[in-house]
Design a protein. Sequence first.
Length: 428
Amino acid sequence: MAVAIVLGALVGILFPAVGTGLAPLGTSFIGLIQMLIAPVIFCTIVAGIAGAGELASVGRIGVKAFVYFEVMTTLALATGLLVINVLKPGAGMNADASELKLNDAAQSYVQAGENNSMLDFFLNIIPHSFVGAFSDNNVLQVLLLAVLTAIAIGIAGPKADGIVAAVEKLNAVIFGIIKIIMYLAPLGAFGAMAYTTGKFGVATLLSLGWVVLLFWLTGIAFAVLAFGAVARICGLRILVIYRYFKEEILITLGTSNYEAVMPQLMRKLEAIGCPKSVVGLVVPSGYAFNGDGVCLYLGFASLFIAQAFGIDMTIWQQVGLLAVFMLTSKGSAGVAGAGFVILAATLSTTGSVPVVGIMLLLGVDRFLSTMRGLVSLAGQMMGSIVVSSWEKRLDAPRALRIMRGQESPIETEVPSPKKLSELNAAQA
């Protein structure tokens, strides 16, 4: 993966036309993974909740996950604002709003945000049909159907035992497909990185290099310090966690898309001891409500644009903007370029900062998007760990040994036919 990312960057820099033409490699790999996300979520939740008979824990897990999401996303928003207030990278730019004009790309982001209100978001959680949730690959709709199915299986009792077993076996087959597709991950990362550097180029990066570098440093500091503190509370070590999830981090770095690693992330979390019922609920909902990287970017970018225009926002104006972002940042799942869409839509509705200011960041948004994805991925890792620990369902010392390779992962696969027949014979 690391070699593929470096080679992709070199191809894009040295041969921009070739790099741009390699975009299908990245998009095809992401598409292959995304087509399996819906069935993975459905099977994991049904098998985890109904199979373990944990219907009573669904609401409790959901509330704990929501509390964690709110605390971390608020902290991310505040961190972005704090960094810009202290270092002031936009000061002295003296940008003139009258000289800027939204191009077609920027206008599309504004319209996308305006068309995704909170009411529409919550109404969209209800699918038009059972199959439609899967065909649309809507994470929250599948989540709703999976929880309802698990509850129905629990109510049905022994009559539905065969369904749970079938779902577990189907889940094993789906993860087998994902394992095959993951062999293409280096190729996908190579194509995506070549496209990014070929399309946007080093010259674009250098024009706002300090802003990009500062956001990356802020993201790394947040991922190490904030999540590090959370990991210590859970009895774990953040660097050990990141090393365990290094493949997922590299795929996100190369493709600038952290949704593509959701299935593998869920499987690895189960392998260190996080219950299926927790992973199945927290990870999918986290992708919709726990965009730590997006929130870090929103606080950072909004105040940078204000500084670039010479707008001196008071502390109360910043607190008000933070409060608005706390609402608008939720429900960004499935929206392409979610961070930029939310930024554009919020600025256009609040009027505190000229929305045309997004043009200052449009050229480097791809580079900023990568760090948004990495920080958000770290948030998804920690979500299930925190809730599992909160539920007293995670053996932290054992999880550390597994992540360090000192102990075998907890079995998450469905037994092979031979092993299954042996188990049945033993039970008989």
